[in-house]
Design a protein around this ligand. Sequence first.
Ligand code: ADP
Ligand code: MG
Length: 257
Amino acid sequence: MSTHAPQASVTINNLHKSYGPVEVLRGINLDVDPGEVVCLIGPSGSGKSTLLRCVNLLETPQQGTITVAGHEVTNPNVDVNTMRQSVGMVFQQFNLFAHLTVLENCTVAQIKVLKRDKATARDIALKNLEKVGLADKAERYPDRLSGGQQQRVAIARALAMNPQLMLFDEPTSALDPETVGDVLGIMRELAQEGMTMIVVTHEMAFARDVADRVVFMDGGVVVEEGTAQQVIENPQHQRTQLFLSRVLNPTSAQING
Ligand code: ADP
Ligand code: MG
C-alpha cells in the first residue's frame, strides 16, 4: 500500500533542553533520512522521550535546531499545528480518547485539523483500521479493547493524518507480552513501506531486524550510533555495553564479553 505522504528527513543540530537547572538534552545531533528507521535506545532518564517530544513540538528546546522535511520546526515563527500534522506520535500509554469510539478516535483530528468532510474521514479511518486489523472494532470504545488493540488503534489514528514521519515512544512497554508481537508486526510493515520512523524501544530483536540505524543515548547525549549489527552486537563504548548487558537476557550477556 502506498498511500503515504512523501517521507520526511529529520535533522537535529546541537539540541539542548533543560527543565529548570537540569539539562536533560546536552547537544544532540542526529540525522534521519527519508524512509529510514532509527531505533533510539538507552537507560531510563537519558532523554529519549524529551528528544521525541522536541521533534513533535511538545517541548521547546533552549538551543539548537530541528528540521523536518526541510522546515525548521524550532523556528519561533513556525505554525505549530501545521508542523504537527505531518508528524505522527504513538505513546506508551496509547492516549486514546476514552469517550470516543475507535472510529471517532480516528476521524476527529482529520475533521477538525485537516478539515476533511465526515465521509472522507470515515473512509480513511476505516482503511487504516483495516490495515491494523481492527476494522471490525470501529464502533467499540477503547476500554473494550486489549492494550495491544488500543495501541493498534493509536497507530491507525496517527496514520489517518498522512504523516511524513512517525515517532514511537516505547509503544510496547505497557502491553501484555502476548499482544506485543501484533504491534511490532504493524510497525515492521510500516518500515517496509518506507515510512520514516524514530522508535524508542527496548525490543532489541525488533531493533536488530528492522532498524536501519541504532542510536544509544545516555545522560542527554548520543554516545554511539551505527547499524544494529554494530551497536547491538559489537558496542564500542562501555556505557553501551553495560546497558545492553542489562537489557538483554542475562544469560546471553556473556556474548558481549
Ligand atoms: P527517557 O525517556 O530516556 O527515560 P526522559 O526524556 O523522559 O528520559 O527524561 C529525561 C530526564 O528529564 C529525566 O531525569 C526526567 O526526570 C526529566 N524530565 C522529563 N520531563 C520533565 C519535566 N516535564 N519536568 C522536569 N523534568 C523532566
Ligand atoms: Mg521515556
